[in-house]
Design a protein around this ligand. Structure first.
Ligand SMILES: Cc1cc2nc3c(=O)[nH]c(=O)nc-3n(C[C@H](O)[C@H](O)[C@H](O)COP(=O)(O)O)c2cc1C
Length: 357
């Protein structure tokens, strides 16, 4: 099928593919710039980009802001003019500071989920930065667009809808994740209806991008044919040479056949999808203790949390894939090799082109 570029206001990506933000440290400047260079949109995660800064543990906010700005600059330098955004999790402490720092750096786009990004419009006020909520249902889209319209007289520049096959934190209750595999696609037309109200009111196109379990050009085509303007993909981008995670993290995706992918309880208060490794088994038995609290996740109660998610994600991204938490999408078992981003993007483009209109 013919490939239309993904247009978000004046931003244009040749291919309608956004690389989803992946924290901690999985999508930084290396991956984001490679995706942007290849014609997609690359997102840097604001979930502790400074995890490897020397003062990370003593100076949480400052080290992370410094690292975020550094990664945005570096991604820009290497993006060859492509589109670079951030993924900002609402549930993280100092969410506003990360978004404002990225806007100061002239970031193109802020994609924001893991909670309702209620005040996102005011955080980008006066800039040309585009904003997008990540939502999991038509109801969620209705709520956030109504809120932005009422409180700010603004609407989204893009909507990302993330389904139950995604990696990391999911916007579904644990017992609804698997039943939603069957029903999620039915939400797409309903979401498009909700978006249409604000497209008409604000007289602008609000592209919809679908995330979660998109693996091939055929999957992309399915959502484009349903009326979406693009997709957001993450799991496949982990298995690339440019992904910012340790080699062991990528190899853990090659190793799984999918049978050990599970849902974990997360201190963020949402279920998360991850590999069921030694660490996850120990958390299920209640055998993990929290040594030090960074107060990094707003909904986390250090007295009752089953584990420290920051420490667990940092161990994983540094290559300790048995004692760390390895987030992955439901399709990680289908990943077979680690390739350059350009090769993956070319493959997806060719598959998409070969699909009849
Ligand atoms: C390792 C990993 C980490 C992720 N971290 C985040 C995150 O920090 N914030 C977020 O909004 N989504 C996160 N996600 C979700 C992705 O951005 C993406 O929307 C989703 O995984 C898409 O589904 P797919 O992996 O099947 O392509 C993560 C996904 C993975 C696999």
């Amino acid at each position: 099928m013919k490939i239309e570029p993904l247009r978000i206001g004046d931003l244009v990506a040749r291919l309608p593919i956004i690389q989803g933000g992946m924290g901690v440290g999985v999508s930084l400047s290396g991956l984001a710039s490679a995706v942007a260079r290849a014609g997609g949109i690359g997102l840097i995660s604001t979930a502790f980009p400074g995890y490897d800064e020397p003062d990370f543990r003593t100076n949480l906010l400052e080290s992370n802001i410094r690292a975020l700005k550094k990664h945005i600059k570096k991604a820009r330098e290497n993006a060859n003019g492509g589109v670079i955004g951030i993924n900002a999790m609402v549930a993280i402490s100092n969410y506003e500071d990360y978004v404002k720092a990225a806007v100061e750096e002239g970031i193109d786009l802020v994609v924001s989920g893991a909670g309702l990004p209620r005040n996102l419009p005011e955080l980008v006020e006066g800039s040309n930065t585009k904003i997008a909520p990540i939502i999991s249902s038509a109801k969620g889209v209705r709520v956030i667009l109504k809120l932005w319209d009422r409180n700010y007289n603004k609407t989204a520049d893009l909507v990302v809808v993330e389904g139950p096959k995604a990696g990391g934190h999911l916007g579904f209750k644990k017992d609804e994740v698997f039943s939603s595999f069957e029903t999620f696609d039915d939400e797409i037309p309903k979401i498009l209806e909700e978006i249409k109200i604000y497209e008409e009111k604000y007289n602008k196109k609000i592209p919809l991008v679908v995330a979660g379990g998109v693996f091939t050009g055929e999957d992309i085509a399915k959502y484009l044919k349903m009326g979406a303007s693009g997709v957001q993909m993450a799991t496949r981008f982990v298995a690339t040479e440019e992904c910012d995670a340790h080699e062991n993290f990528k190899k853990a995706y090659l190793k799984t056949n999918g049978d050990d992918i599970t849902l974990v309880k997360s201190p963020v208060g949402m279920p998360g999808r991850a590999l069921r490794n030694d660490f996850v088994k120990r958390t299920e038995e209640g055998n993990v203790k929290v040594d030090k609290c960074y107060r990094c996740i707003l909904p986390c109660n250090p007295a009752t949390t089953p584990y420290c998610i920051s420490d667990a994600l940092i161990r994983a991204v540094e290559g300790d894939v048995e004692t760390g938490l390895v987030f992955c999408g439901a399709n990680a078992g289908r990943v077979e090799k680690i390739v350059p981003v350009k090769e993956l993007m070319d493959e997806l483009e060719q598959e998409l082109l070969s699909i009849p209109e």
